[in-house]
Write a protein of this length. Structure first.
Length: 319
């Protein structure tokens, strides 16, 4: 069941021509005064309900209060097509419906647009709003609307008005919309870091392939100095080791892809350092082998295979 939310604001000065609310044994009399659904103070209370709930959500996401308020102030929230859905003659409460309109200034619209596109979560800002049950206005650019149900009720002393929403404020996604704008810079930063990391992985794989090819050429040259039997044996062992190395690389890449984005971001610099250290150690180990270039390459690859599986076990601990 959806929890209803209430906000109370002072009415201020009401028209002296309105009858004062009278109470009898806790029951509103037939002369009870009502406010209409377009009451400015009531609508202001309704808007505050939405804004304050959005601010609560955004604080929970660790955005700074100044940034939250600056962003929410840019959201032009208004109510149109206001109508009374039910007015109980024995109560001061009036049930209402209206169109909740959100007008996004161009800079905020573009920030949200860039954030959702880069993240891949939505096609664009319009898609985000559509998923949040908003429709795009045909009369104005970057204006979106949805239906809202609420009730207004003055206190008996006519000094305050209660505004109550039939649905939770979260249903109207104002906090979620603002969150995308506030997250834009971090989303773009993370995307660039991921791109750089993927490029580095691609370069490392390319370098490894080139090393394998170069080693194969050198090996072919040196193998001609060996007996045919020795050459065949070393070539077969090299081919087997190269296959095992590629399998090890595939295993650790698959494990990396299973990690969530936050963990990948946290481990990115560490993983780059691990890769560099592994290459350095294994090249040193290969040079210590007194033999042909083929034998040295076999040693380098075996060294890398062992360390790749060891690192893979460490990464699996983050799953």
């Amino acid at each position: 069941m959806t929890t209803k939310t209430t906000r109370l604001l002072s009415v201020g000065t009401l028209s002296m021509g309105l009858l004062l609310t009278a109470c009898d044994g806790g029951n509103i009399t037939s002369k009870a005064k009502k406010v209409d659904c377009s009451n400015e103070v009531g609508l202001s209370a309704l808007k505050d309900l939405i804004i304050h709930d959005a601010e609560r959500q955004l604080k929970a996401e660790s955005f700074s209060t100044p940034a939250i308020r600056a962003t929410l102030e840019k959201l032009n929230i208004s109510f149109t097509e206001i109508r009374t859905s039910y007015a109980d003659p024995n109560s001061t409460k009036v049930a209402c419906e209206a169109s909740l309109n959100i007008s996004l200034p161009t800079d905020l619209y573009n920030d949200i647009n860039e954030a959702v596109k880069v993240s891949g979560a939505f096609k664009d800002t319009d898609d985000l709003l559509e998923v949040s049950n908003y429709q795009s206005s045909a009369q104005a650019a970057n204006v979106f609307y949805t239906n809202i149900s609420y009730s207004l009720q003055p206190t008996d002393d006519d000094k305050q008005v209660f505004a109550k929403m039939d649905d939770s404020p979260e249903e109207y996604a104002v906090g979620a919309i603002a969150s995308w704008a506030l997250s834009k810079d971090n989303i773009i930063k993370s995307a660039k870091e991921e791109q750089r990391y993927q490029e580095q992985l691609a370069n490392e794989e390319k370098e490894a392939e080139e090393t394998i090819k170069e080693t194969a050429k050198e090996s072919a040259k040196l193998d001609r100095q060996l007996t045919q039997a020795q050459a065949d044996k070393q070539k077969a062992e090299l081919a087997k080791t190269q296959k095992e190395y590629k399998e090890a690389v595939a295993v650790i890449n698959k494990t990396w892809e299973k990690l969530d984005k936050e963990t990948q971001s946290d481990l990115k610099d560490e993983q780059i350092a691990v890769n560099k250290e592994r290459e350095a150690r294994c090249k040193k180990s290969a040079l210590e082998v007194e033999g042909s270039a083929t034998e040295q390459e076999i040693e380098r690859l075996n060294c890398a295979i062992g360390e790749l599986y060891e690192r893979n076990s460490e990464l699996e601990g983050y799953l």
